[in-house]
Design a protein around this ligand. Structure first.
Ligand SMILES: NC(=O)c1ccc[n+]([C@@H]2O[C@H](COP(=O)([O-])OP(=O)(O)OC[C@H]3O[C@@H](n4cnc5c(N)ncnc54)[C@H](O)[C@@H]3O)[C@@H](O)[C@H]2O)c1
Length: 390
């Protein structure tokens, strides 16, 4: 048998997605000055997307009022609201993971289409990871690829979701099953947004921050380990420094491996367990970061079981996570409420992990650690996984 081969070589996909500018702002964010400075006529059309909770924040009022029309005829902004400011559009979606659906993504696409959006339009997601993931996804599929800028407003989206170009939505009750790689051209990070987060959401973001410290920043980890309380000061210098450290660490990883062929997989520490928990407890029941924190405790136990790390290291990680109030026990309380036995819970979780898109075969792949900063990626037999889930 003979054959011929031919390569087709393409320039980088999507003009403008080869580079991301990240700006860190001090003080309160002024969206009007970010997006409406300069010559009006030279500005591209923007499709702004946010959710009802973010739209209700006082810091958003002066921006949103421009989209409500002269008569301010919408006393309360509800999900589905669309408003115009010149050629720009603002769409407000429902808040939270349950709205991370293909229908919401299509609503963004429709808002752009209904307003004569072109491929040159910039889709701007202002919100947590749900909004930034969906807005960037909509930008990536709109007319085969428009442009994207992000304003992350949760700690989680600042340190993780908005950075690195993973976009998408949930589908068929599984997390992030539909999506694309589509890096934003600009990310505007304003730490003061975290002051209004609920305790649950703040802690959720902290889990990703802790994850990044465990993976890449041993010195920072030791500092927060000595004084975890300091991270609770949302106006403090430590959390601002933590945000920068995490963004830079993630940027370094995604620069080398945008489409997660190798080292980017490390960023999924705690996620295989965490995503299974999020999916099987019912999307939205366990916050993403809380799932990741529990997943990091399970990964520590699994690392110990496989002889990768010492008992002391696994204990150190779990004690640290527990000091933030995160669940570290094998059976998560949210699962106990839903399933009859620990046995059933473990099986349900393993089945969900098998569907994880990160697996290369039937075997489930985990990110495990030998120590802080020493990470291994390995496939693990089912019996070992079951053993750390009950
Ligand atoms: N793309 C990636 O690389 C990546 C990485 C990690 C997580 N994610 C995704 O991110 C999502 C989770 O993100 P999240 O935790 O930001 O959730 P989220 O977007 O649902 O935000 C949580 C809640 O906080 C509200 N909120 C947002 N900003 C606020 C503020 N400043 N003050 C008060 N309330 C505010 C939101 O309206 C929402 O109700 C998940 O869907 C996850 O899959 C993506």
């Amino acid at each position: 048998m003979t054959f011929e081969e031919k390569d087709i070589i393409y320039p980088p996909l999507h003009p403008g997605t080869d580079r991301t500018f990240i700006r860190f702002y001090d003080g309160e964010l002024d969206l009007n000055s970010i997006f409406y400075a300069g010559e009006k006529d030279s500005l591209p059309q923007r499709i702004f997307v946010t959710d009802t909770s973010v739209a209700a924040l006082p810091v958003m009022h002066s921006f949103i009022d421009f989209f409500r029309g002269e008569d301010f005829s919408h006393p309360k902004i509800e999900a589905g609201f669309t408003g115009k400011r010149g050629k720009d559009v603002l769409l407000i979606l429902g808040a939270g993971e349950t709205f991370k659906t293909i229908e919401s993504v299509l609503a963004i696409v429709k808002a752009a289409l209904d307003n004569n959006g072109q491929r040159s339009a910039v889709f701007v997601g202002i919100g947590g990871g749900v909004i930034t993931d969906m807005t960037a996804f909509a930008a990536s599929i709109f007319k085969r690829g428009a442009h994207c800028e992000l304003v992350p407003t949760t700690l989680l989206s600042m340190v993780d979701a908005a950075v690195g170009g993973k976009t998408g939505c949930d589908f068929d009750s599984y997390k992030n099953m539909i999506g694309s790689f589509f890096p934003a051209q600009k990310i505007h990070i304003c730490p003061s947004f975290i002051e209004s987060l609920s305790e649950r959401e703040y802690r959720s973001g902290m889990a990703e921050l802790v994850k990044t410290a465990l993976l890449y920043e041993p010195e920072f980890f030791e500092r927060i380990e000595k004084n975890p309380e300091a991270l609770n000061d949302r106006k403090g210098a430590l959390i601002k420094e933590g945000i920068r450290i995490c963004v830079n660490a993630k940027a370094k990883v995604v620069e080398q491996d945008l489409t997660e062929k190798n080292i980017r997989m490390q960023l999924n520490l705690g996620h295989t367990f965490g995503h299974a928990l999020e999916s099987m407890s019912g999307l939205g029941v366990v916050a993403h970061g809380d799932g990741v924190a529990w997943g990091m405790a399970r990964a520590a136990d699994l690392s110990q079981r496989l002889g990768l790390c010492t008992k002391e290291y696994a204990k150190r990680v779990k004690n640290f996570l527990a000091s933030f109030g995160w669940e570290t026990e094998p059976v998560h309380p949210a699962m106990k409420e839903k399933y009859a036995s620990d046995e059933e819970i473990a099986k349900v979780l393993v089945n969900a992990m098998k569907k994880d898109k990160k697996n290369s075969s039937d075997r489930i792949r985990f990110i495990l650690q030998e120590n802080i900063g020493e990470t291994v990626i390995t496939e693990v037999p089912e019996e070992d996984i079951l053993a750390v889930l009950k």
